[in-house]
Design a protein. Sequence first.
Length: 257
Amino acid sequence: MIAKLISKFRPGFVATLTALLTVSFNAHSTPDKAVSGSLLAAPHNQLSQKEKQQGWQLLFDGESLSGWHVFQYPDTVPAWTVKEDMLTFNPAARGLQHGDLATDKVFENFELKFEWQSPENGNSGVFINVQETPESVTPWQTGPEYQLLGVAHGDNADPVKRSGGIFGFASPLTASDFLASSGWNQSVIKQQDGKVEFYLNGKLTARADLTSDQWQSQLARSRFKDQAGFGAYTKGHIVLQQWTSLIYFRNIKIKSL
């Protein structure tokens, strides 16, 4: 019916009406749902048939926190939540457990893919090989961190704190393209036999062999030199950091190598 009515108007009016409706829709779109390029048509938090055949598994189903718990507080209700197919947290939540979000399972040789979106002044990270023991009360005591930083955050001035690098340990190997706060970044973490690679938006940004003498030498000169367990493991939990700002994740998937 609406199509028939519109067809009665002059072409110029129809074009103007279409433009106004498009502007109105975009104005009411939330920044969290903004997409970029080829990501627009991709179904989120789902595996294709090819991915299933390749052995990929979802770590986030887009609907629940199944498979996750607050680090060191497995029996509590998290402040983390699902918002419009995205994994995030409510910083103002009361009566819920705040803290970093850990996988229930541990992983050793794997390839991890995820997309993330940060406010321009945001700060977060993803830890690997985290040990959840009474002695390790925070993930960073044992797990190297893939840094996730907003484009306007002050830590960008410090090379060892930039996105895609091993936080506080090594600056990114190459500069990577960053999307604004309304866009999504694509990250990959690969680990096999202690050899780790970080990728950000298609570029290799970090490489380390956690079993090598070079790693031990660098570690002795780093801010983690007094943390006996830091980078000492090649198997552990994957942990998403709740820090001082919002962070959004989606399409978190993993496969064994």
